[in-house]
Design a protein around this ligand. Structure first.
Ligand code: IFM
Length: 423
């Protein structure tokens, strides 16, 4: 039976950017770059969940969730990215875990949701092999502290975003545009996940991927469709399931003998973050239209995306059928590996659209026939949406600018009623 929850991530909600010894992350630095964030904002305060977790907890209890997916901020726990741990930072997560358990809510932590400690970025970041070892050590230290109460861990959230949006398209931290380094980063993210998972044999350690369906329109560019699918889906699944990389991508320069043996079979479960399908249109030369992140698919000639309405305010197509397809495809690709939907939701100005989105996707979840252990709606709160700043509202709860007062939306009440239904 599926357990239902909600999700957030540390950088997007916590704030407290320099509280109790937290150090800067690569995203803190990225936010200072002119033009990097759409509304010029940053996440120094965000929703201030670091100081207001009690309020968030009360919302979780009121909502009636069975689990809460949150992430642990590496720069809060180990500001240098190596060496001594920052006790007050770790103590915060200790309190979060205890408070959730006390209310009967399962804590579901992710160890890395993009906020790399800045000293590690400056030392080479994910394109450098050492970062994978540092992640293993950090993960081991956190689990040593919280693992008596938390059995299931996610290592990485959407490594595609860090590697490809961060190092090829340059629209996410660290803002680099170098495809070869992006592929090295992808490899080291997988290696870091696998080293951590293998160092924690007594825990249930998985990874969260943003997999999606890739459709080629009748006039769509076949080479682009193949490359998009390879970067978005096959790279991660081929490595994790079969210990290889897709032929069309070649091999990362960073690959060393034995690495893929470590990666193969290292995910005890797979988390799927599903938001939207990709429809690949004609080469851009034919349309003049280039999708904003096409550079995140190195090797493809400029091509266009052809999303169909309705759209979220992110410009993402709403297509619940895509969730059915991605669940069925992943279940087939990774037989026997337990699946979770670790994020699903939509950014809308009109909350009625959010309800329609959630309802459609929850029906799709059921219709897929695939066994899914957990489903997490994204997100509990309106929060810092990365390069989009505060312009996108994914929350079931709005957060008033200035006062940071939490105000549940109609979608909160709708999900609350859904959760209360007997199953
Ligand atoms: O807000 C993000 C989250 O951090 C990762 N998955 C996608 C969400 C919406 O863009």
């Amino acid at each position: 039976m599926t357990r239902f929850g909600v999700a957030t991530s540390a950088f997007q909600v916590e704030g407290g950017h320099d509280a109790d010894g937290r150090g800067p992350s690569t995203w803190d630095e990225f936010c200072t770059r002119p033009g990097a964030i759409k509304d010029g904002s940053d996440a120094r305060v965000a929703c201030d969940s670091y100081h207001r977790f009690a309020e968030d907890l009360a919302l979780l209890v009121e909502l009636g969730v069975g689990s809460y997916r949150f992430s642990i901020a590496w720069p809060r726990v180990q500001p240098a990215g190596a060496g001594p741990l920052n006790e007050p930072g770790l103590a915060y997560y200790d309190r979060v875990v205890d408070a959730l358990l006390d209310k009967g809510i399962c804590p579901f932590p992710t160890l890395y949701h993009w906020d790399l400690p800045l000293p590690l970025e400056e030392g080479g970041g994910w394109p450098a092999r050492d970062t994978a070892m540092r992640f293993r050590d950090y993960a081991t230290a956190v689990v040593a502290r919280l693992g008596d109460r938390v059995g299931t861990w996610a290592t990485m959230n959407e490594p595609w975003c860090t590697a490809l949006l961060g190092h090829a398209a340059g629209v996410f931290a660290p803002g680099e545009r170098d495809p070869a380094r992006a592929y090295d980063a992808a490899h080291h993210l997988l290696l870091g996940h696998a080293l951590a998972a293998r160092a924690l044999p007594d825990h249930d350690v998985g990874i969260v991927l943003n997999l999606t369906t890739v459709h080629r329109e009748p006039d769509g560019d076949p080479q682009a469709a193949d490359l998009v699918d390879a970067w978005q889906n096959r790279l991660w699944l081929d490595a994790l399931v079969d210990g290889r990389y897709p032929d069309v991508l070649g091999l990362p320069r960073a690959l060393r003998d034995g690495d893929l043996d470590v990666v193969r079979g290292s995910a005890a479960w797979l988390g799927i973050n599903y938001y939207t399908p990709f429809r690949i249109g004609p080469p851009a030369a034919a349309t003049g239209a280039v999708g904003q992140d096409v550079d995140a698919f190195p090797g493809a000639q400029p091509f266009s995306f052809a999303p169909r309405p309705p759209f979220t305010t992110m410009g993402w197509e709403v297509d619940p059928r895509g969730l059915v397809d991605v669940l069925q495809a992943t279940a087939q690709r990774a037989p026997g590996v337990p699946l979770r939907v670790t994020e699903n939701g939509g950014a809308f100005e009109d909350d009625a659209d959010r309800i329609t989105y959630l309802q459609g996707h929850l029906e799709a979840l059921q219709a897929s026939g695939v066994e899914v252990l957990d489903y997490f709606a994204w997100s509990l709160l309106d929060n810092f949406e990365w390069a989009q700043g505060y312009t996108q509202r994914f929350g079931l709860v709005s957060v008033e600018p200035g006062t940071l007062r939490r105000v549940p939306k109609g979608s909160f009440r709708w999900y609350q009623a859904f959760l209360a239904r007997p199953r």
